[in-house]
Design a protein around this ligand. Structure first.
Ligand code: 13P
Length: 337
């Protein structure tokens, strides 16, 4: 297969109707936080148990087209002793890998951050690809305040995101491009609209500069919402504000926009995606790449005890199925029962 054929095949598998992506790529500090919420200490064996459990849920591949893994998981075996990437692939799920190295404060831009991880990226991608990864993820974050994000933060983060995407494509790995505008704060939905449009436009300028092939990438943005310390907007308001921004700033060549959940409750994330997909045809597929919104109920059900395995699997399958329905605007509140 040529690189182009490889990229094209992966995109086709990832962006299928009725399916989305499961983000299970929490770094060690993040998974420790999630486990702490359910009273579980994060140790390698526990992480393997939990992740292997949810990935083995029978029928997951009906609603999940790809799973983003953390480096540790890519090299682990399931509880049945099958390499995790192999387990996923045998269920029709494409294995992917988080490749950014987290973030640090951006110098001379108080309050802003910059994502790291370009050094040695090619070498790491070669190893990940050998282990079975066919797509990758890199996350930039943008804080909103009256003055943030600064111009430096918008430009510098867009630049690294585009360089990452170009490197991935050159190696036959589909890049997920994730500029997350954080929900933290008390800003209005209008302020989020402005910041999101600025960020997304800058990201696409940078992708163009770096000759990234838009047909072979996936955009993973946050939805446009008010800050989490203010009253929530209705699903219709969120859907309209989000689509307004993306219709202005995302070229139609991009095959899929797979949203992150970013602190929305599992139900909110489903309802908001459903509202967008109820607003008529759009140039791109509108799908999900949720972490918390898919996993929270499963983590609660598992609670660190393998005896609760079936309940945990049922919980992740339910959220996957409901978000699968939201892909076509066919989710209904009654389906929660
Ligand atoms: P959330 O859906 O929990 O925001 O996670 C998605 C993700 O991958 C963040 O990088």
């Amino acid at each position: 297969m040529t690189i182009q054929e490889e990229l094209s095949a992966t995109i086709q598998e990832l962006v299928q109707p009725g399916k989305g992506i499961l983000a299970a790529d929490e770094s060690h500090p993040t998974i420790a936080k999630r486990f702490k919420a359910i009273g579980v200490e994060s140790a390698e064996e526990k992480r393997r148990e939990y992740r292997s459990l949810i990935f083995s849920a029978a029928g997951l591949g009906e609603f999940i087209s790809g799973v983003i893994l953390f480096e540790e998981t890519l090299g682990q075996n399931s509880l049945d002793n099958v390499p995790i990437p192999k387990l996923l692939a045998s269920n029709g799920i494409v294995p992917g890998i988080k490749v950014d190295k987290g973030k640090q404060p951006l110098v001379n831009a108080p309050g802003d951050e910059i994502t790291l991880g370009l050094d040695g990226l090619e070498d790491r991608l070669e190893i990940y690809k050998h282990q079975g990864a066919r797509f990758a993820k890199w996350r930039d974050v943008f804080h909103i305040s009256e003055t943030l994000p600064s111009r430096q933060a918008v430009e510098a983060n867009a630049e690294v995101l585009a360089r990452y995407a170009a490197i991935c494509q050159s190696m036959g790995i589909v890049p997920i491009v994730e500029p997350e505008v954080l929900i933290d704060g008390n800003h209005t939905i209008e302020r989020c609209t402005d910041v999101s449009e600025t960020v997304i436009r800058e990201v696409f300028h940078a992708l163009y500069r770096h000759k990234v092939n838009l047909e072979y990438m996936i955009l993973k943005p946050s939805m446009v919402t008010p800050g989490k310390d203010t009253p929530k907007a209705s699903p219709e308001q969120v859907a309209k504000a989000t689509l307004d921004v993306f219709r202005r700033a995302v070229p139609a060549a991009v095959p899929g926009i797979c949203f992150l959940s970013g602190g929305q409750t599992p139900e909110e994330a489903t309802v908001n995606l459903n509202a967008m997909n109820s607003m008529g045809p759009q140039p791109w597929a509108l799908s999900f790449s949720y972490g918390r919104a898919l996993q929270e109920p499963a983590q609660k059900a598992w609670a660190g005890n393998l005896d609760n395995g079936q309940e945990a699997q049922a919980a992740i399958l339910k959220r996957a199925r409901l978000n699968g329905a939201a892909r076509s605007g066919n989710y209904r509140q009654e389906m929660e029962d």
